[in-house]
Design a protein around this ligand. Sequence first.
Ligand code: NAD
Length: 294
Amino acid sequence: MTIIIDGKQLAKDIKVELAEQVAEIKTAGSKIPHLAAVLIGDNAASESYVRNKVRSCEQVGFNSTLIRHDASISEDALLDIVDDLNKDEDIDGFIVQLPLPDHIDEQKITLAIDPRKDVDGFHPMNFGRMAQGLPSYLPATPYGILQMLERYGIETSGKHCVVIGRSNIVGTPMSILLSRKAKVGNCTVTLAHSRTKDLKAETLRADIIIAAIGRANFVTADMVKDGAVVIDVGINRVDDASKKRGYRLVGDVDFEAVLLKASHITPVPGGVGPMTVTSLMMNTLKASKREIFG
Ligand code: NAD
């Protein structure tokens, strides 16, 4: 019987825990955690992600600030915003929602964020600390996946994990985290990508597959070993005339077919996505408690 990992419910549970912690902070008269989000332009997906993040902050009792600018903002002006947020003592952590318009160098913006406030965990300081097993803000999506594996009691030690996709925000940090000597870790990891020669041969050896490619239904049942754990990170729009908005969201995994083989599988939507947002909240709480950098 395949277990469908309910990311939506897990995220709700974590939000209840966070709200309890915020209530304790309030009772103690301490400062309420405060997350700021910077949204540039009018990318519909970014807009909905940021809205979700701000709403989640409100649900757990955090303070939140949304800073919006249209896509014509100059790189210097955005760097000034980052600088102000770095200096603002009330802001514990902030994110600059990616992607940014083409005329803005994302790397430059990421480097300008104070690592102590980098709750997305994208700054090389945090990434390097993560790779060395030092306290750091973990990138939200891999952190959410670790939470899922832990809370569903999925054994990772000694397992063979195939991560498909090598992005800086999902695949690469995921491969590092799962190979680390840690409670959820100790996997033997294969990091597959667009130049991998025989992907099916790799995935068929996997006890755990993490798909972060961005191609609808890419992982098919013939690529999955019986009893594998399948985590689907992908969010892809496919046309669907039966939906009011004309499309529906699907993952990178052919869910219906892989469901019949996997021991555990995450749905899209309702799997990894909600966990990504709660991870950001968890990082913000850590930031407000100065847990990572003291
Ligand atoms: P990306 O778009 O930066 O990169 C895709 C990766 O897939 C690349 O590393 C590439 O090497 C690999 N790839 C492409 N074609 C391949 C092939 N034929 N075989 C093997 N590997 C191949 O990746 P990303 O930013 O990590 O996003 C991946 C997906 O995850 C997207 O659908 C994105 O929307 C989604 N995503 C979801 C969340 C969430 O919270 N659920 C968060 C981040 C990203």
